[in-house]
Design a protein around this ligand. Structure first.
Ligand code: PLP
Length: 361
């Protein structure tokens, strides 16, 4: 059922037929697995057998992501033993997307110093502002440099099930791996994260290890999902995703996602048309990033004002907002992802912020 459900989701996302899918608990685990597979593009380093520590013969292996990438990339790099110093945070453009030119320059620089650049993590829908890295241009660089491209589409990838939003995954057919989380925006309860790869043999090389008591009579003829990650015993996560797809149907899911995006764009328009507010990022998906701007207020005073507004609104316990920092400035976030959220709820959230501001926020 897991293979079947992963294939349904793959088709819904418009990913190529040769993408093999497997479910894990979270995107954090899946990004770690992807980077474990990525280092197997260098079998000559014998990492499975000899590990990484205490080896004078092993060059520094380097990984790249944007400065807006999720902290799960840092954690994967720490856990896999590359060390945080092996992770390069590439600068972003004005829309907070990875700058491919800066990526290429950084890779060249590392090569000149004898390091081995081997993986790039691009993001489709960054956590903070939902920015979309230019995956096509990054894939071009990875091809040229013979590096693994992992795409973190944990949140944003789901939008691609809507035909007119499929472009958000442009270039992802060239990725070596991609993660998308049904538990984020596909109405599936925690936890359920899908990892796709067009190089399952490398994922297997990273994780397959079969002691005698796990040998099965079918041998290599069956797909054994314990070979594609760290877990031996695995929860039946596919079942809940199967239920979601079967009960809403593809069209039902498309119309929910489409509606969330519509409401988010509507909210963006309300914000743009209201001099009390300032939008802080493009509305690419269903998350809107903005701040309340009383006339004449600037800098840290403005940051503190918005932090107080957030606290005040949360204490009213009617809506839940979150926050982030955009190029250092404090910003509020409204994320629409629940099947029960309507335009009226979002309108009310904006009113609550104004009320909080009027009452001294
Ligand atoms: C872009 C992105 N990647 C990864 C993650 C981590 O997801 P998980 O909680 O499934 O590990 C998040 C969570 O917010 C995210 O937004």
């Amino acid at each position: 059922l897991e293979l079947l459900t992963m294939d349904w989701l793959r088709q819904m996302l418009g990913l190529p037929e040769n993408f093999f899918g497997v479910i894990a608990d979270t995107a954090s685990s899946n990004t770690l697995y992807a980077l474990a597979a990525a280092r197997e593009i260098h079998p000559e380093f014998r990492l499975r057998e000899e590990g990484m520590s205490g080896r004078a013969d092993l060059p520094r292996m380097v990984i790249y992501c944007s400065e807006e990438a999720h902290s799960s990339v840092d954690k994967a790099v720490m856990t896999l033993g590359f060390g945080l110093e092996a992770l390069r945070k590439i600068p972003t453009d004005t829309a907070l997307r990875m700058d491919p030119q800066a990526l290429a320059t950084e890779i060249e620089h590392d090569r000149r110093l004898g390091r081995v650049p081997f993986a790039v993590v691009a993001t489709v829908g960054t956590t903070s502002t939902t920015a979309i890295d230019p995956v096509g241009a990054i894939a071009e660089i990875c091809d040229r440099q013979k590096m693994w491209l992992h795409v973190d589409a944990s949140y944003g990838g789901t939008a691609a099930i809507v035909p007119e939003m499929r472009h958000v995954l442009d270039g992802c057919d060239r990725a070596d791996s991609l993660v998308v989380n049904p538990h984020k925006w596909l109405f599936t309860p925690m936890d359920c994260s899908a990892l796709y790869t067009r190089r399952p043999e490398l994922l297997k090389r990273a994780f397959q290890h079969i002691p005698e008591f796990l040998v099965v009579s079918e041998g290599e003829g069956v797909t054994n999902l314990m070979d594609y990650g760290i877990a031996l015993g695995r929860r039946f996560r596919a079942l809940k995703l199967w239920f979601v797809i079967r009960s809403f149907g593809v069209e039902g899911l498309q119309s929910l996602i489409r509606e969330h995006i519509r409401i988010a764009r509507q909210l963006g328009e309300w914000i743009d048309g209201d001099s009390e507010f300032e939008r802080m990022a493009d509305v690419n998906f269903s998350t809107v990033v903005f701040r309340h701007c009383p006339p004449g207020m600037r800098g840290s005073e403005l940051d503190d004002h918005n932090a107080r507004l957030l606290q005040d609104v949360l204490e009213r316990r009617e809506v839940y907002l979150s926050h982030t920092r955009v190029r250092g400035s404090y910003a509020l976030r409204i994320a629409i992802g629940n099947i029960h959220t309507t335009e009226a709820h979002v309108r009310r959230a904006l009113e609550l912020i104004k009320e909080a501001a009027r009452s001294g926020g």
